[in-house]
Design a protein around this ligand. Structure first.
Ligand code: MF3
Ligand code: CO
Ligand code: CO
Length: 340
């Protein structure tokens, strides 16, 4: 039995259940829904702090059959660990560049749609069309989750205010004063390109604007730290003190990642100073840097959907992300929109 509360308005006890079983609601999903609603109320809190509440998730959007897709698109299961090499050969890099440029274009258009009143589901619908128009598949759609978690149901991540990352687009309209991260990943011609940015919704308070600005600078500082011959650790060693200096913390539970023919390779890019990040950077490596910077604690909690990551204290968190290539001298940002 599916125990997720589905509709925005629940049926009366003697009405047919929303699940389509034909049974009266009270004999079907009513008690399961009550448990779920209590769990959500506990998560979203009522204690003065404004919290983002889960909305209704729309049905899955189809992708035309002619669009090539990653293995999990059909199965929703993790493929056996692939042995992606750390260095991308030039012939693959050509395709990787195209995927990253397409991701950057989709993100730009998605950002232009941000305004008070638009729902995150409407932004999902816009990006879904754009991925397809680029000839690509939305990498997050049906992406496998952890144990007991259903595959990710949407074509982008929309993370509002205290949502750190992996927020699922739903029926919640963006409100004046929100901040929202849009995280776009496209699978194009066999390669994933991944980027995100945090956008201001209408008039955001000074503290929120500062958080977003400093987070953008954290990404820039992380990229500037990339140098062949140095360990990955130097990226977090650059970002963390800068965030701390501005009174912010760096989320530790999620990191940047190697990317290419696989969405997330085994290579991890921590954004805090992590002594275990000993891999030496080499020209030809491709990975993301995507710092999540929080106003309060770096610690996180998860909603019962298994995906949505929120700050443990309910304070806001922002994020920016680029996919980068390690060059002979530093880093080249791949997820950019070319000027011409
Ligand atoms: N794009 C995210 C990243 O930067 C990953 C999202 S996976 C999802 O790594 F399933 F949550 F969408
Ligand atoms: Co991303
Ligand atoms: Co990423």
């Amino acid at each position: 039995m599916n125990v997720t509360v589905q509709p925005a308005v629940l049926p009366g006890p003697n009405e047919p259940c929303w699940c389509g079983s034909g049974t009266k609601y009270k004999k079907c999903h009513k008690s399961a829904d009550a448990v779920e609603l209590r769990k959500r109320a506990a998560e979203t809190g009522t204690s003065g702090v404004r919290r983002v509440k889960p909305g209704v998730i729309s049905p899955r959007r189809p992708v035309p059959p002619e669009i090539p897709r990653p293995d999990y698109a059909e199965t929703g299961r993790r493929a056996p660990k692939s042995m992606d090499s750390l260095i991308m050969p030039p012939e693959k890099l050509v395709k990787m560049r195209r995927a990253c440029a397409a991701a950057a274009r989709v993100l730009k258009a998605a950002g232009e749609a941000v305004r008070p009143g638009i729902t995150t589901d409407e932004i999902d619908a816009i990006t879904h069309e754009l991925y397809i128009r680029e000839g690509g598949y939305p990498s997050t759609l049906n992406y496998p989750g952890g144990r007991g978690v259903a595959p990710y149901p949407k074509s982008l991540c929309t993370s509002v205010n205290e949502v750190v990352c992996h927020g699922i687009p739903d029926s919640r309209p963006l409100e004046n004063g929100d901040i929202v991260n849009l995280d776009v990943t496209i699978y194009l011609d066999g390669f994933h390109g991944d980027c995100s940015a945090t956008f201001l919704v209408g008039d955001v308070d000074e503290a929120g604007r500062r958080l977003v600005q400093v987070t953008k600078e954290c990404l820039e500082i992380g990229i500037a730290a990339v140098k062949p011959g140095l360990p990955i650790r130097v990226i977090g060693q650059a970002i963390e003190p800068y965030a701390n200096k501005h009174g912010y913390s760096v989320v530790r539970a999620y990191a940047g990642h190697g990317i290419g023919e696989t969405f997330h390779t085994a290579l991890q890019i921590p954004h805090h100073d992590d002594p275990e990040a000993t891999t030496i950077m080499q020209p030809g490596m491709v990975f993301t840097i995507e710092p999540m910077i929080s106003e309060g604690t770096w610690q996180v909690k998860h909603w019962s959907d298994g995906w949505t990551v929120v700050t443990a204290d309910g304070k806001r968190s922002a994020q920016f992300e680029h996919t980068i290539l390690v060059t002979e001298t530093g880093a080249e940002i791949l997820t950019t929109v070319s000027e011409s």
